[in-house]
Ligand binder design. Structure first.
Ligand SMILES: C[S@@+](CC[C@H](N)C(=O)[O-])C[C@H]1O[C@@H](n2cnc3c(N)ncnc32)[C@H](O)[C@@H]1O
Length: 397
């Protein structure tokens, strides 16, 4: 894993000009950032039609192949980001255990539950940031062992406890703040800790506390890497601490920017909203000589239907700006052009999303190894079930 981390680290640093940017802001500049270093890539991007961009966004494999042909020095990226999917057979659930669990969530917790049960160490479970304890229910019913479900929201604790009691499951909810020192009261050295989609600092706090209290095993699927209290990512492992890669919060969002493959309505709304924002930005720059991006609050989707001019008047009102009479049609078309430029830049960045995610996950894995755990990294379900499908499995060596 050390070698894996170092190779990924080197690749991300060497090609940082291809992913360390925010497409929304960069698309306002007149030329692509790597015109000199990657002329063929720029020519290819320039020639892409809107239809081709949409197609590539929803066909990531085809996109990777095209990009790797233009940037062959990144060829290793596919092998470096490949994680073996766990071979799971599926669990037979006891009746009622899945009560109230939404469809896609059920597939995730069943897979994660099976993975945790397979490498179970200890005589109890700790479900970190449990929500209503869907995963805990599966673990309790399959293993008949005690589950402590730790969760911040009292309402979720109450709902989870009610359902667990109804099903006579040995579950106990504790309300508390996972980031506080006092959260340690929920941990003891007999527990195998599980955390499904505990965001940023929340899964990090579990790993640190678990190592301190010597928990025998952890099964974690991390998500929302940017939800941290610091302004920059705080590496955990020795190697990541030594890396030159200092990731900002904005960069920590990159792994989560999966292509939006919603229906036509979702796509249309996104196009309208983003192109309106970009067109309005251009208008402010040219007409009011405001050369910094002015953040505009979120807007009701239904208002987008009133058109670009109405959007500009609403946004100007929100920011208390006086709009001159302008050619709104012109700025709308500039916004649309910038939208497609932004999408082109996102295509390139997409090639590096998984690498960055794996860099973050490997940092956690290496930290756990340093704490005396044996660690495996796998995919526990398909990307369609959830794009956050990486599983860290750690057992005390
Ligand atoms: C993305 S949800 C995952 C819930 C559950 N594990 C699941 O997959 O269904 C994250 C959970 O973390 C809880 N949470 C957020 N901040 C927390 C904190 N500081 N301490 C404990 N739980 C927290 C949220 O209330 C939410 O239930």
């Amino acid at each position: 894993m050390q070698q894996h981390f170092q190779t990924l680290d080197a690749l991300l640093i060497e090609h940082q000009s291809l992913w360390r940017f925010e497409p929304f802001f960069l698309c306002s500049s007149d030329s692509l950032p790597w015109l000199d270093s990657y002329p063929h890539l720029c020519e290819w991007l320039d020639d892409l039609s809107a239809k081709e961009i949409e197609h590539l966004k929803s066909h990531p494999r085809e996109l990777s192949q095209k990009l790797l042909a233009l940037v062959p020095e990144c060829q290793d990226i596919e092998a470096l980001t490949h994680l073996k999917p766990l071979e799971l057979t599926g669990l037979t659930l006891n009746r009622g255990v899945d009560t109230g669990v939404p469809g896609r969530k059920l597939a995730q917790i069943v897979s994660m539950g099976e993975a945790a049960l397979r490498h179970h160490q200890g005589t109890e479970w700790l479900e970190w940031c449990s929500g209503k304890g869907f995963l805990g229910r599966i673990l309790a019913s399959q293993s008949s062992q005690k589950v402590t479900s730790f969760e911040f929201q009292q309402a979720l604790c109450d709902a989870g406890q009610r359902e667990a009691d109804k099903q006579l499951l040995p579950m106990h909810f504790i309300q508390g703040d996972a980031l506080s020192e006092t959260a340690k009261v929920a941990l003891n050295p007999n527990q195998h800790a599980v955390a499904l989609h505990a965001c940023g600092d929340l899964h990090v706090s579990l790993m640190k506390k678990a190592a301190e209290i010597n928990l025998p095993a952890l099964t974690i699927s991390p998500c929302c890497y940017h939800l941290i209290q610091d302004q920059h990512y705080q590496p955990l492992s020795t190697l990541a601490k030594q890396s030159m890669l200092k990731l900002s919060k904005a960069e920590l969002r990159i792994p989560l920017q999966e292509t939006v493959t919603g229906g036509e309505r979702v796509k249309r709304h996104r196009f309208e909203e983003m192109s309106f924002r970009l067109g309005f930005d251009q208008l402010l720059r040219e007409q009011l000589t405001i050369d910094q991006y002015v953040p505009i609050p979120s807007i009701k989707k239904s208002m987008l239907g009133e058109g670009f001019e109405a959007f500009c008047r609403w946004a100007a009102d929100k920011k208390q700006l006086q709009l001159p009479e302008v050619d709104f049609t012109y700025y709308q078309s500039v916004g649309e052009k910038r939208y497609w430029d932004m999408e082109k830049l996102s295509l390139v960045q997409q090639l590096f999303r998984r690498s960055l995610e794996l860099w973050l996950v490997l940092d956690k894995a290496l930290f756990l190894i340093e704490q005396g755990y044996q660690v495996n990294l796998n995919e526990f379900c398909s990307k369609e079930t959830t794009p956050r499908n990486i599983l860290i499995r750690a057992q005390k060596a």
